[in-house]
Design a protein around this ligand. Structure first.
Ligand SMILES: C[S@@+](CC[C@H](N)C(=O)[O-])C[C@H]1O[C@@H](n2cnc3c(N)ncnc32)[C@H](O)[C@@H]1O
Length: 479
Protein backbone atom coordinates (compact mmCIF):
# COMPACT_ATOMS: atom_id res chain seq x y z
CA UNK A 1 0.00 0.00 0.00
CA UNK A 2 1.66 3.30 -1.09
CA UNK A 3 2.24 5.90 1.62
CA UNK A 4 3.35 9.54 1.53
CA UNK A 5 7.03 9.79 0.62
CA UNK A 6 7.72 12.34 3.39
CA UNK A 7 6.80 10.03 6.20
CA UNK A 8 8.55 7.05 4.60
CA UNK A 9 11.78 9.03 4.22
CA UNK A 10 11.48 10.22 7.82
CA UNK A 11 11.36 6.57 8.86
CA UNK A 12 14.40 5.80 6.70
CA UNK A 13 16.22 8.70 8.30
CA UNK A 14 15.49 7.45 11.77
CA UNK A 15 16.85 4.01 10.88
CA UNK A 16 19.95 5.43 9.21
CA UNK A 17 20.81 7.42 12.32
CA UNK A 18 19.88 4.70 14.77
CA UNK A 19 22.61 2.84 16.64
CA UNK A 20 21.26 -0.41 15.23
CA UNK A 21 22.07 0.39 11.61
CA UNK A 22 23.89 -2.38 9.83
CA UNK A 23 23.95 -1.25 6.25
CA UNK A 24 21.92 0.80 3.80
CA UNK A 25 21.95 1.34 0.08
CA UNK A 26 20.31 4.07 -1.97
CA UNK A 27 20.12 3.62 -5.72
CA UNK A 28 17.97 4.14 -8.79
CA UNK A 29 16.19 7.34 -9.61
CA UNK A 30 12.80 8.85 -9.38
CA UNK A 31 10.84 9.51 -12.50
CA UNK A 32 12.07 12.70 -14.16
CA UNK A 33 14.99 13.22 -11.77
CA UNK A 34 18.62 12.19 -11.64
CA UNK A 35 20.58 11.97 -8.40
CA UNK A 36 24.09 13.42 -8.46
CA UNK A 37 25.46 9.97 -7.65
CA UNK A 38 24.30 6.63 -8.98
CA UNK A 39 24.52 4.80 -5.67
CA UNK A 40 25.24 5.40 -2.01
CA UNK A 41 26.09 2.78 0.55
CA UNK A 42 26.14 3.54 4.28
CA UNK A 43 27.36 1.56 7.21
CA UNK A 44 28.59 2.26 10.71
CA UNK A 45 32.31 2.08 11.39
CA UNK A 46 34.24 2.64 14.55
CA UNK A 47 37.24 4.87 14.08
CA UNK A 48 39.66 5.80 16.80
CA UNK A 49 37.68 8.96 17.32
CA UNK A 50 34.49 7.04 17.92
CA UNK A 51 31.50 5.89 15.88
CA UNK A 52 31.18 7.20 12.34
CA UNK A 53 28.86 6.66 9.46
CA UNK A 54 30.82 5.55 6.43
CA UNK A 55 29.31 6.67 3.15
CA UNK A 56 30.52 5.31 -0.15
CA UNK A 57 29.02 7.10 -3.12
CA UNK A 58 29.56 6.22 -6.72
CA UNK A 59 29.34 8.71 -9.54
CA UNK A 60 29.22 5.97 -12.14
CA UNK A 61 32.97 6.00 -12.66
CA UNK A 62 34.52 5.47 -9.27
CA UNK A 63 33.58 5.18 -5.63
CA UNK A 64 34.20 7.92 -3.13
CA UNK A 65 34.39 7.19 0.56
CA UNK A 66 33.96 9.50 3.49
CA UNK A 67 33.27 9.07 7.17
CA UNK A 68 30.91 11.37 9.03
CA UNK A 69 31.17 11.45 12.80
CA UNK A 70 28.08 10.19 14.62
CA UNK A 71 26.00 13.20 15.50
CA UNK A 72 25.44 16.37 13.53
CA UNK A 73 27.92 15.45 10.79
CA UNK A 74 26.23 12.10 10.18
CA UNK A 75 22.78 13.72 10.33
CA UNK A 76 23.83 16.32 7.76
CA UNK A 77 25.27 13.67 5.48
CA UNK A 78 22.12 11.58 5.75
CA UNK A 79 19.93 14.57 5.03
CA UNK A 80 21.93 15.33 1.93
CA UNK A 81 21.46 11.81 0.69
CA UNK A 82 17.76 11.81 1.50
CA UNK A 83 17.50 14.99 -0.52
CA UNK A 84 18.75 13.14 -3.57
CA UNK A 85 15.99 11.74 -5.80
CA UNK A 86 16.94 8.10 -5.38
CA UNK A 87 14.31 5.64 -6.50
CA UNK A 88 15.07 3.02 -3.87
CA UNK A 89 16.31 2.75 -0.33
CA UNK A 90 17.30 -0.51 1.27
CA UNK A 91 18.03 -0.26 5.00
CA UNK A 92 19.11 -3.05 7.31
CA UNK A 93 19.23 -2.63 11.05
CA UNK A 94 19.59 -5.12 13.86
CA UNK A 95 15.79 -5.25 14.13
CA UNK A 96 14.37 -4.61 10.71
CA UNK A 97 15.01 -4.62 7.00
CA UNK A 98 13.16 -1.85 5.20
CA UNK A 99 12.82 -1.44 1.47
CA UNK A 100 11.43 1.76 0.05
CA UNK A 101 10.59 2.18 -3.61
CA UNK A 102 9.34 5.45 -5.00
CA UNK A 103 6.37 4.90 -7.27
CA UNK A 104 5.76 6.67 -10.56
CA UNK A 105 3.28 8.92 -8.77
CA UNK A 106 5.95 9.91 -6.24
CA UNK A 107 4.57 7.92 -3.33
CA UNK A 108 6.52 5.38 -1.32
CA UNK A 109 6.01 1.65 -1.49
CA UNK A 110 7.51 0.35 1.75
CA UNK A 111 8.24 -3.21 2.74
CA UNK A 112 9.38 -4.03 6.26
CA UNK A 113 10.66 -7.38 7.52
CA UNK A 114 12.05 -8.40 10.86
CA UNK A 115 15.78 -8.97 10.74
CA UNK A 116 16.84 -12.58 10.77
CA UNK A 117 18.90 -13.82 13.73
CA UNK A 118 22.63 -13.22 13.44
CA UNK A 119 24.74 -15.69 11.53
CA UNK A 120 27.69 -17.04 13.46
CA UNK A 121 30.10 -16.25 10.68
CA UNK A 122 29.15 -12.59 10.65
CA UNK A 123 30.31 -11.97 14.18
CA UNK A 124 34.02 -11.27 13.76
CA UNK A 125 33.68 -8.82 10.92
CA UNK A 126 30.70 -7.10 12.44
CA UNK A 127 32.25 -6.91 15.86
CA UNK A 128 35.34 -5.30 14.48
CA UNK A 129 33.58 -2.81 12.31
CA UNK A 130 30.63 -1.63 14.31
CA UNK A 131 28.96 -2.65 17.49
CA UNK A 132 25.57 -2.51 15.90
CA UNK A 133 26.60 -4.94 13.24
CA UNK A 134 26.92 -7.77 15.70
CA UNK A 135 23.30 -8.66 15.21
CA UNK A 136 23.52 -8.40 11.47
CA UNK A 137 21.17 -10.43 9.38
CA UNK A 138 22.68 -13.16 7.22
CA UNK A 139 22.21 -11.06 4.16
CA UNK A 140 23.86 -8.13 5.79
CA UNK A 141 26.68 -10.29 7.01
CA UNK A 142 27.40 -11.49 3.56
CA UNK A 143 27.32 -8.06 2.06
CA UNK A 144 29.02 -6.00 4.73
CA UNK A 145 32.71 -6.03 4.08
CA UNK A 146 34.99 -6.92 6.93
CA UNK A 147 37.06 -4.07 8.29
CA UNK A 148 39.98 -4.77 5.99
CA UNK A 149 37.86 -4.27 2.94
CA UNK A 150 37.10 -0.79 4.17
CA UNK A 151 40.69 0.04 3.52
CA UNK A 152 40.45 -1.38 0.06
CA UNK A 153 37.45 0.80 -0.66
CA UNK A 154 39.20 3.82 0.66
CA UNK A 155 42.32 3.13 -1.27
CA UNK A 156 40.44 2.86 -4.50
CA UNK A 157 38.49 5.92 -3.56
CA UNK A 158 41.66 7.76 -2.75
CA UNK A 159 43.12 6.97 -6.10
CA UNK A 160 40.03 8.23 -7.81
CA UNK A 161 41.26 11.75 -7.63
CA UNK A 162 39.56 13.68 -10.30
CA UNK A 163 36.70 11.35 -10.75
CA UNK A 164 35.26 11.69 -7.29
CA UNK A 165 31.99 13.45 -7.86
CA UNK A 166 32.75 17.03 -6.91
CA UNK A 167 29.32 17.50 -5.53
CA UNK A 168 29.67 14.54 -3.26
CA UNK A 169 33.29 15.21 -2.43
CA UNK A 170 32.34 18.62 -1.20
CA UNK A 171 29.24 17.54 0.62
CA UNK A 172 30.72 17.40 4.03
CA UNK A 173 29.64 19.14 7.16
CA UNK A 174 28.25 21.89 5.02
CA UNK A 175 25.63 20.86 2.54
CA UNK A 176 27.02 20.47 -0.94
CA UNK A 177 25.67 22.91 -3.46
CA UNK A 178 24.35 20.15 -5.62
CA UNK A 179 22.75 18.35 -2.76
CA UNK A 180 21.28 21.56 -1.51
CA UNK A 181 19.88 22.43 -4.87
CA UNK A 182 18.54 18.99 -5.47
CA UNK A 183 16.68 19.22 -2.19
CA UNK A 184 14.37 21.76 -3.64
CA UNK A 185 14.47 20.68 -7.24
CA UNK A 186 14.09 17.00 -6.81
CA UNK A 187 12.40 16.37 -3.60
CA UNK A 188 10.28 18.98 -1.95
CA UNK A 189 9.08 16.21 0.24
CA UNK A 190 12.45 15.81 1.83
CA UNK A 191 12.24 19.11 3.60
CA UNK A 192 9.06 17.88 5.13
CA UNK A 193 10.71 14.61 5.98
CA UNK A 194 12.74 16.45 8.47
CA UNK A 195 10.65 16.58 11.63
CA UNK A 196 12.86 13.88 12.95
CA UNK A 197 15.93 15.88 12.00
CA UNK A 198 15.69 17.84 15.20
CA UNK A 199 15.20 14.62 17.12
CA UNK A 200 18.42 13.25 15.81
CA UNK A 201 19.93 10.10 17.20
CA UNK A 202 20.86 10.26 20.89
CA UNK A 203 24.42 9.52 19.89
CA UNK A 204 24.66 13.03 18.46
CA UNK A 205 27.65 14.82 19.89
CA UNK A 206 28.16 18.48 19.13
CA UNK A 207 31.92 18.23 18.82
CA UNK A 208 33.91 19.78 15.98
CA UNK A 209 35.40 17.36 13.45
CA UNK A 210 38.75 17.95 15.01
CA UNK A 211 37.58 17.26 18.51
CA UNK A 212 35.26 14.49 17.45
CA UNK A 213 38.24 12.60 16.13
CA UNK A 214 39.68 12.59 19.64
CA UNK A 215 42.03 15.39 20.51
CA UNK A 216 45.45 14.76 19.19
CA UNK A 217 44.66 11.32 17.89
CA UNK A 218 44.44 10.46 14.24
CA UNK A 219 41.19 8.58 13.73
CA UNK A 220 42.70 5.71 11.85
CA UNK A 221 40.35 2.80 12.36
CA UNK A 222 41.99 1.05 15.26
CA UNK A 223 40.80 -2.32 14.06
CA UNK A 224 42.17 -1.89 10.59
CA UNK A 225 45.85 -2.71 10.61
CA UNK A 226 46.00 -2.81 6.84
CA UNK A 227 44.89 0.77 6.57
CA UNK A 228 47.23 1.88 9.31
CA UNK A 229 50.08 0.78 7.14
CA UNK A 230 48.62 2.52 4.14
CA UNK A 231 47.93 5.96 5.55
CA UNK A 232 49.26 8.17 8.26
CA UNK A 233 46.07 10.17 8.08
CA UNK A 234 43.03 8.32 6.86
CA UNK A 235 41.79 9.99 3.65
CA UNK A 236 38.31 9.64 5.14
CA UNK A 237 39.41 11.61 8.17
CA UNK A 238 36.84 14.31 8.99
CA UNK A 239 39.76 16.73 8.93
CA UNK A 240 39.85 16.47 5.15
CA UNK A 241 36.14 17.05 4.98
CA UNK A 242 36.71 20.46 6.47
CA UNK A 243 39.94 21.50 4.80
CA UNK A 244 38.96 20.03 1.45
CA UNK A 245 41.44 18.85 -1.14
CA UNK A 246 41.01 16.05 -3.61
CA UNK A 247 42.30 12.51 -3.27
CA UNK A 248 45.57 13.36 -5.04
CA UNK A 249 46.26 16.13 -2.57
CA UNK A 250 45.48 13.83 0.33
CA UNK A 251 47.88 11.25 -1.02
CA UNK A 252 50.55 13.91 -1.48
CA UNK A 253 50.07 15.22 2.03
CA UNK A 254 50.18 11.73 3.46
CA UNK A 255 53.42 11.01 1.61
CA UNK A 256 54.88 14.25 2.95
CA UNK A 257 53.86 13.27 6.48
CA UNK A 258 55.59 9.93 5.99
CA UNK A 259 58.77 11.72 5.05
CA UNK A 260 58.32 13.91 8.10
CA UNK A 261 57.86 10.85 10.29
CA UNK A 262 61.03 9.36 8.84
CA UNK A 263 62.95 12.56 9.51
CA UNK A 264 61.94 13.20 13.10
CA UNK A 265 63.60 11.20 15.86
CA UNK A 266 61.57 8.69 17.84
CA UNK A 267 61.83 10.82 20.91
CA UNK A 268 60.63 14.37 20.47
CA UNK A 269 60.55 17.33 22.83
CA UNK A 270 57.23 17.77 24.61
CA UNK A 271 56.43 20.86 22.59
CA UNK A 272 57.05 21.67 18.96
CA UNK A 273 56.83 24.89 17.00
CA UNK A 274 56.25 24.50 13.32
CA UNK A 275 55.95 26.78 10.31
CA UNK A 276 54.51 25.89 6.92
CA UNK A 277 55.89 28.37 4.41
CA UNK A 278 53.83 29.05 1.29
CA UNK A 279 50.99 27.13 2.91
CA UNK A 280 48.31 27.91 0.31
CA UNK A 281 45.11 26.19 1.41
CA UNK A 282 46.95 24.76 4.41
CA UNK A 283 46.32 21.09 3.74
CA UNK A 284 49.80 20.29 4.98
CA UNK A 285 49.56 22.81 7.82
CA UNK A 286 46.52 21.11 9.34
CA UNK A 287 47.65 17.59 8.53
CA UNK A 288 51.05 18.21 10.14
CA UNK A 289 49.33 19.66 13.17
CA UNK A 290 47.09 16.64 13.39
CA UNK A 291 49.97 14.22 13.02
CA UNK A 292 52.30 15.98 15.45
CA UNK A 293 49.61 16.56 18.05
CA UNK A 294 49.51 12.82 18.36
CA UNK A 295 53.21 12.65 19.08
CA UNK A 296 53.87 15.54 21.42
CA UNK A 297 51.99 17.32 24.19
CA UNK A 298 51.92 20.73 22.60
CA UNK A 299 52.18 21.81 18.97
CA UNK A 300 52.00 25.32 17.61
CA UNK A 301 51.82 25.68 13.85
CA UNK A 302 51.91 28.86 11.80
CA UNK A 303 51.04 28.89 8.12
CA UNK A 304 52.55 31.66 6.03
CA UNK A 305 51.29 32.70 2.64
CA UNK A 306 51.58 35.91 0.74
CA UNK A 307 47.85 35.90 0.09
CA UNK A 308 45.65 37.63 2.63
CA UNK A 309 42.60 35.76 1.38
CA UNK A 310 44.33 32.50 2.26
CA UNK A 311 44.99 33.77 5.76
CA UNK A 312 41.33 34.66 6.21
CA UNK A 313 40.13 31.36 4.79
CA UNK A 314 42.61 29.24 6.73
CA UNK A 315 41.93 31.05 9.99
CA UNK A 316 38.24 30.32 9.59
CA UNK A 317 39.01 26.67 8.89
CA UNK A 318 41.15 26.50 12.04
CA UNK A 319 38.25 27.92 14.02
CA UNK A 320 35.84 25.40 12.55
CA UNK A 321 38.27 22.60 13.40
CA UNK A 322 38.54 23.84 16.95
CA UNK A 323 42.31 24.36 16.77
CA UNK A 324 42.51 28.12 16.23
CA UNK A 325 44.72 28.58 19.28
CA UNK A 326 47.33 26.18 18.00
CA UNK A 327 47.16 26.74 14.26
CA UNK A 328 47.44 30.34 13.15
CA UNK A 329 48.14 32.07 9.88
CA UNK A 330 50.17 35.03 8.78
CA UNK A 331 49.82 36.89 5.49
CA UNK A 332 53.22 37.92 4.24
CA UNK A 333 56.20 36.87 2.22
CA UNK A 334 58.26 33.95 3.33
CA UNK A 335 61.21 36.28 3.37
CA UNK A 336 59.72 38.81 5.79
CA UNK A 337 56.81 37.20 7.64
CA UNK A 338 56.94 37.83 11.38
CA UNK A 339 56.36 34.68 13.39
CA UNK A 340 55.37 34.44 17.04
CA UNK A 341 58.28 32.04 17.56
CA UNK A 342 61.42 30.67 15.99
CA UNK A 343 60.24 27.29 14.70
CA UNK A 344 61.84 23.93 15.42
CA UNK A 345 60.46 22.53 12.21
CA UNK A 346 60.13 24.26 8.84
CA UNK A 347 57.91 22.85 6.12
CA UNK A 348 57.59 24.09 2.55
CA UNK A 349 55.59 22.13 0.04
CA UNK A 350 55.83 23.45 -3.50
CA UNK A 351 56.62 27.02 -2.59
CA UNK A 352 57.07 28.53 -6.03
CA UNK A 353 60.53 28.92 -7.58
CA UNK A 354 62.82 30.94 -5.30
CA UNK A 355 60.21 30.97 -2.52
CA UNK A 356 61.75 27.58 -1.67
CA UNK A 357 65.11 29.33 -1.34
CA UNK A 358 63.51 31.91 0.93
CA UNK A 359 62.12 29.08 3.05
CA UNK A 360 65.53 27.43 3.33
CA UNK A 361 67.20 30.75 4.14
CA UNK A 362 64.70 31.42 6.91
CA UNK A 363 65.17 27.92 8.28
CA UNK A 364 68.91 28.53 8.49
CA UNK A 365 68.35 31.92 10.10
CA UNK A 366 65.95 30.43 12.68
CA UNK A 367 68.37 27.56 13.24
CA UNK A 368 65.41 25.27 12.81
CA UNK A 369 66.13 21.75 13.93
CA UNK A 370 64.42 20.12 10.96
CA UNK A 371 63.53 21.39 7.52
CA UNK A 372 61.56 19.63 4.83
CA UNK A 373 61.18 21.41 1.52
CA UNK A 374 59.69 19.97 -1.65
CA UNK A 375 60.66 22.47 -4.35
CA UNK A 376 58.30 23.55 -7.08
CA UNK A 377 59.33 25.12 -10.37
CA UNK A 378 62.99 26.10 -10.92
CA UNK A 379 63.75 29.19 -13.00
CA UNK A 380 66.65 30.88 -11.30
CA UNK A 381 69.56 28.61 -12.30
CA UNK A 382 67.91 27.69 -15.61
CA UNK A 383 67.94 31.36 -16.60
CA UNK A 384 71.59 31.72 -15.59
CA UNK A 385 72.62 28.65 -17.59
CA UNK A 386 70.80 29.86 -20.66
CA UNK A 387 72.98 32.90 -21.15
CA UNK A 388 76.40 31.26 -21.06
CA UNK A 389 78.28 28.29 -22.53
CA UNK A 390 78.67 25.18 -20.39
CA UNK A 391 82.14 24.38 -19.14
CA UNK A 392 83.98 21.76 -21.19
CA UNK A 393 83.29 18.94 -21.66
CA UNK A 394 79.69 19.37 -20.51
CA UNK A 395 78.23 21.23 -23.49
CA UNK A 396 75.86 18.38 -24.26
CA UNK A 397 74.16 18.83 -20.89
CA UNK A 398 72.76 22.22 -21.80
CA UNK A 399 72.67 22.21 -25.61
CA UNK A 400 68.99 21.29 -25.86
CA UNK A 401 66.44 23.32 -23.96
CA UNK A 402 64.75 20.36 -22.33
CA UNK A 403 68.06 18.90 -21.21
CA UNK A 404 69.13 22.30 -19.91
CA UNK A 405 65.92 22.63 -17.92
CA UNK A 406 66.29 19.22 -16.36
CA UNK A 407 69.91 19.71 -15.63
CA UNK A 408 69.12 23.11 -14.10
CA UNK A 409 66.59 21.42 -11.79
CA UNK A 410 69.23 18.96 -10.60
CA UNK A 411 71.90 21.63 -10.24
CA UNK A 412 69.52 23.91 -8.32
CA UNK A 413 68.62 21.30 -5.74
CA UNK A 414 72.19 20.03 -5.51
CA UNK A 415 73.38 23.53 -4.72
CA UNK A 416 70.58 24.01 -2.20
CA UNK A 417 71.62 20.83 -0.44
CA UNK A 418 75.27 21.89 -0.53
CA UNK A 419 74.46 25.31 0.95
CA UNK A 420 72.48 23.73 3.78
CA UNK A 421 75.45 21.48 4.52
CA UNK A 422 77.73 24.50 4.61
CA UNK A 423 75.34 25.99 7.16
CA UNK A 424 75.33 23.19 9.68
CA UNK A 425 72.74 20.80 8.31
CA UNK A 426 72.87 17.14 7.44
CA UNK A 427 70.89 16.83 4.23
CA UNK A 428 69.45 14.15 2.06
CA UNK A 429 67.37 14.44 -1.07
CA UNK A 430 64.66 11.86 -1.67
CA UNK A 431 61.52 11.32 -3.70
CA UNK A 432 58.70 11.71 -1.22
CA UNK A 433 56.03 10.42 -3.59
CA UNK A 434 56.00 8.59 -6.88
CA UNK A 435 56.49 10.83 -9.91
CA UNK A 436 53.21 9.51 -11.29
CA UNK A 437 51.47 11.61 -8.62
CA UNK A 438 53.47 14.77 -9.13
CA UNK A 439 56.58 15.51 -11.12
CA UNK A 440 57.55 17.86 -8.28
CA UNK A 441 58.34 14.93 -6.06
CA UNK A 442 61.78 15.77 -4.73
CA UNK A 443 62.23 16.51 -1.08
CA UNK A 444 65.15 18.14 0.66
CA UNK A 445 65.32 16.86 4.21
CA UNK A 446 67.66 18.65 6.53
CA UNK A 447 68.53 18.11 10.18
CA UNK A 448 70.55 20.68 12.03
CA UNK A 449 73.80 19.37 13.46
CA UNK A 450 75.51 22.77 13.73
CA UNK A 451 78.64 21.03 12.48
CA UNK A 452 81.00 23.44 10.74
CA UNK A 453 81.57 22.66 7.06
CA UNK A 454 84.71 20.90 6.00
CA UNK A 455 87.21 22.49 3.65
CA UNK A 456 86.38 19.84 1.08
CA UNK A 457 82.69 20.79 1.21
CA UNK A 458 83.50 24.45 0.74
CA UNK A 459 85.88 23.75 -2.12
CA UNK A 460 83.38 21.52 -3.89
CA UNK A 461 80.67 24.17 -3.68
CA UNK A 462 83.01 26.88 -4.94
CA UNK A 463 84.16 24.74 -7.84
CA UNK A 464 80.66 23.77 -8.85
CA UNK A 465 79.28 27.30 -8.90
CA UNK A 466 82.31 28.90 -10.52
CA UNK A 467 82.66 26.21 -13.21
CA UNK A 468 79.05 26.67 -14.19
CA UNK A 469 79.11 30.42 -13.64
CA UNK A 470 76.02 30.47 -11.44
CA UNK A 471 75.12 32.14 -8.18
CA UNK A 472 72.13 30.39 -6.60
CA UNK A 473 69.35 32.54 -5.17
CA UNK A 474 69.82 30.82 -1.83
CA UNK A 475 73.46 31.83 -1.64
CA UNK A 476 72.43 35.48 -1.95
CA UNK A 477 69.87 35.08 0.80
CA UNK A 478 72.18 33.51 3.33
CA UNK A 479 74.42 35.66 5.52
C1 LIG B 1 51.87 25.83 -5.29
S1 LIG B 1 51.17 26.56 -3.88
C2 LIG B 1 51.45 25.34 -2.68
C3 LIG B 1 50.55 25.49 -1.50
C4 LIG B 1 50.69 24.42 -0.42
N1 LIG B 1 51.98 24.39 0.18
C5 LIG B 1 50.33 23.07 -0.96
O1 LIG B 1 51.22 22.30 -1.31
O2 LIG B 1 49.14 22.77 -1.07
C6 LIG B 1 52.36 27.81 -3.48
C7 LIG B 1 51.86 28.80 -2.45
O3 LIG B 1 52.97 29.59 -2.04
C8 LIG B 1 52.55 30.93 -1.95
N2 LIG B 1 53.76 31.75 -2.18
C9 LIG B 1 54.51 31.80 -3.31
N3 LIG B 1 55.55 32.63 -3.13
C10 LIG B 1 55.45 33.10 -1.86
C11 LIG B 1 56.25 33.97 -1.06
N4 LIG B 1 57.35 34.52 -1.56
N5 LIG B 1 55.86 34.23 0.19
C12 LIG B 1 54.74 33.65 0.70
N6 LIG B 1 53.96 32.82 -0.01
C13 LIG B 1 54.31 32.53 -1.26
C14 LIG B 1 51.49 31.09 -2.99
O4 LIG B 1 50.60 32.16 -2.68
C15 LIG B 1 50.81 29.72 -2.95
O5 LIG B 1 49.72 29.73 -2.07
Amino acid sequence: MPQPLDSALAEVRELLLSPGLTRAVAAGRRRGFTPSVTRAELRPVTLRGGPHLQIVTDDGARPFTRNAAAGPAAATAVDELLAQPFGNWHVETAEVTLQLRVTKKGDAQVHRAAAAPPAASSAPAAASSAPSARAASPSAASSIPAASSTAATSRSAASSTAAASPSVASSTTAASPSAASSTTAASPSVAAASPSVAAASPSVAAASPFVAASPGKAPTPSQDHDRQKQWLLDPGDPLFQVIGGNAAKRRQIDAFLRALAATLPKSLPSSLRVVDLGCGNAYLTFAAYRYLAERVDSVQVVGVDVREDQRVRNTAVAASLGCAEDVTFVAGTIEDAQLPFAPDLVLALHACDTATDQALARAVDWQAQWTLAAPCCHHDIAAQLKGRPAPAPFGELTRHAIMRERFADVLTDSLRAALLRLNGYKVDVVEFIDSAHTPRNLLLRARRTAAPPTEAQRAEYEALTSEWGVTPALEKMLP
